[in-house]
Write a protein that binds this ligand. Structure first.
Ligand code: TMP
Ligand code: ASP
Length: 234
């Protein structure tokens, strides 16, 4: 597939057209941002780690019946993906309290939730990706009720599958963010799944193996991404 012109550049990825209207090339950058780009930096080879980790996860989810935009991995930093119309919502699932949930409700980090919490956030950096409800999503026309039900069903299923997947390599899946898109009228999982978009704590030690190491200047950021890749490759 021929690489065409760049159509989008986000904080962590670039999208290029291909010679097919149905496919794009998704390029993973080393740029890292946090707190809606108020903090910026670089994580060396992050693009390579996240491309490979996302590949493993998309292949696993597809095999388990979750439709995704993933087609194939082209090289170290690029994957071929279906061209979707992105639903402008970040879907977050939390199994354990961390990050913005702790800030919002003054909860202690690490509190085990008695059931997963699903949050919708409107994807808008200028507004700091505000928390919204299903009512906002419907009323503002970001997705239909049928699409919302489909998104929730896939998100809970992905949570079950990914919790199992990471536990098998001694990582606790604390929370993660998903994005969905429309492809030929159907909702499919898009974007990426990586230590940028998941919180992963080592079982037993609780060691953080994700972007919180960058957000909080904890050091050994690259090592953590490398370690996650090596574990999911097993
Ligand atoms: P939060 O605790 O900051 O709301 O993040 C919850 C999860 O979502 C965490 O695993 C990181 C991920 N996330 C993103 O992937 N992108 C974002 O823009 C935000 C805010 C969180
Ligand atoms: N990805 C978001 C940002 O740019 C937030 C985060 O991951 O913390 O700033």
């Amino acid at each position: 597939m021929e690489k065409g012109k760049q159509i989008y550049e986000g904080k962590a990825k670039i999208l290029y057209e291909t010679d097919s209207p149905d496919y794009l090339i998704q390029y993973f950058k080393d740029d890292a941002t946090a707190f809606n780009a108020k903090k910026r930096g670089t994580i060396q080879d992050k693009g390579i780690f996240n491309n490979k980790i996302s590949t493993k996860i998309f292949e696993y989810l597809e095999a388990e019946g979750i439709p995704t935009h993933y087609e194939k991995t082209l090289n170290d930093r690029e994957m071929l993906v279906k061209r979707v119309e992105i639903v402008p919502i970040e879907v977050i699932i939390r199994n354990v309290a961390a990050g913005s949930l702790c800030r919002l409700l003054k909860l202690e980090e690490g509190l085990k939730l008695s059931e997963p919490i699903l949050d919708f956030c409107y994807k808008k950096d200028e507004l700091d990706d505000p928390l919204v409800s299903e009512y906002h999503v419907r009323a503002l026309g970001w997705a239909t009720d049928e699409e919302i039900q489909e998104i929730k069903k896939y998100t809970f299923k992905v949570n079950e599958l990914m919790t199992k997947f990471f536990l098998a390599v001694n990582l606790d899946l604390i929370d993660f963010k998903l994005e969905f898109g429309r492809f030929k009228g159907k909702i499919i999982l898009a974007d990426e799944m990586s230590p940028d978009t998941c919180r992963l704590w080592e079982v037993g030690t609780g060691k953080k193996m994700d972007k919180d190491r960058f957000r909080r200047d904890m050091g050994n950021v690259e090592e953590a991404y490398q370690e996650v890749l090596s574990r999911v490759s097993k």
